[in-house]
Design a protein around this ligand. Structure first.
Ligand code: FES
Ligand code: FES
Length: 194
């Protein structure tokens, strides 16, 4: 039997691929972080979240969805809560950033931190820095927020552990103490209902 030779397709010309090395260019900005002047150099595409965690070592700010959905990356920018995963680091030049590391005052916990600890408003704690900062901004603007106002202010922050009630109670307790009231957690909050 005669086998017919298959005609081979003409060889394709080789394509020359040139790899352009990525330049490790960094930009330096000056800003204020937790009331300290800071200069930081970072790749210009980085978000504030990445700059805080990777370039400034402030890992209290947590990394969640990176899509603006979970709120766990919340920090205060000039006193206003922002989602640091959606803010470019470069946009923070000359501005004031506050992270959870800046809440305690020389070893003394912020009243919100105290109240969260007392009431068990933090379980795994992953969402807690963001809740604390969003609550701090709320109490700075409104010393006596109602439960509905607290819920509204914290609506962008997700917690998969506590079910939120303890968090709202902790904000109310801290608010009362910050107004100078001698407030303690309700027995039901600590031990549950009989
Ligand atoms: S990481 Fe989820 S909103 Fe920023
Ligand atoms: S305490 Fe675990 S996610 Fe909120």
């Amino acid at each position: 039997m005669r086998v017919r030779a298959r005609k081979l397709a003409p060889a394709l010309p080789l394509i020359k691929i040139t790899v352009i090395p990525m330049h490790d260019s960094k930009t330096t900005i000056a800003l204020e972080v937790n009331e300290e002047p800071v200069e930081v150099a970072f790749a210009p595409h980085k978000t504030l979240l990445e700059v805080l965690r990777e370039d400034l070592g402030l890992t209290g700010t947590k990394h969640g969805c990176e899509l603006g959905e979970c709120g766990t990356c919340t920090v205060l920018l000039d006193g206003t809560p922002v989602l640091s995963c959606l803010v470019l680091g470069l946009a923070c030049a000359g501005r004031r950033v506050k992270t959870v590391e800046g809440m305690a005052d020389r070893g003394t916990l912020h009243p919100l931190q105290e109240a969260f600890a007392e009431l068990g408003a933090a379980q795994c704690g992953y969402c807690t820095p963001a809740f604390l900062l969003a609550s701090e901004a709320l109490l700075a603007a409104n010393a006596s927020p109602s439960r509905d106002v607290i819920k509204d202010a914290l609506a962008g922050n997700l917690c998969r552990c506590t079910g939120y009630i303890k968090i709202y109670e902790a904000v109310e307790l801290a608010a009362a103490r910050m107004r100078g009231e001698d407030a303690s957690p309700a027995a039901e909050s600590l031990y549950g209902y009989e």
